[in-house]
Design a protein around this ligand. Sequence first.
Ligand code: NI
Length: 226
Amino acid sequence: MMVHIPKVLTPEQVARCRAVMEKAAWVDGRVTAGHQSAQVKNNLQLPEGTPEARELGDMVLDALGRNNLFMSAVLPKQVFPPLFNRYDAGMTFGAHVDNSIRGIPGTPFRIRTDVSSTLFISGPDDYDGGELVVEDTYGSHSVKLPAGDMIVYPATSLHHVTPITRGSRIASFFWTQSMIRDENRRSLLFDMDMAIIKLARDHPEHASVVELTSVYHNLLRQWAEM
Ligand code: NI
């Protein structure tokens, strides 16, 4: 299940990201790559733990905490501190799967990466190429979103970023451990939540709103890992 989450960041927040990044020192993106992905990764990253990365990461985390669509689609248990990358002309990231387990820097904690997220900071007019291409059982999906919008997709998917042919593509990316490890269950709960929201909006007095909400929560109670 891939979900497009619009307007995670406001235009002002996107502008703040860009202003901070313009002055930041970028490093080779291979610093966070695993053995296989390091061989196909060619981009730049804001170093983890710098004041710039921390300020922008906190901004993203704060926005996610207030985003109902993200909460419903991902059912987060733990979000990895957001990272930031940049692809200039000629840069690319070949086919790979994200590492399954990641240590949270500066802490003894590790997360299982269930869901991958890419939050676009550059707009589609800022660059050519640079599509995120995600393969799933339904085929290959090419994604390029407006600045401030985000795509979430199963971290189990093979994916790549096509070469940039003009401009620069800046994004934030991170992983989430979900309370619902199984993708099918997570997707089922999301569909159900969306249907309940529509029903409650169109027929607020309908008795099924309460009944279905109760089924949703009882399924979540059955399946959630805390
Ligand atoms: Ni990746």
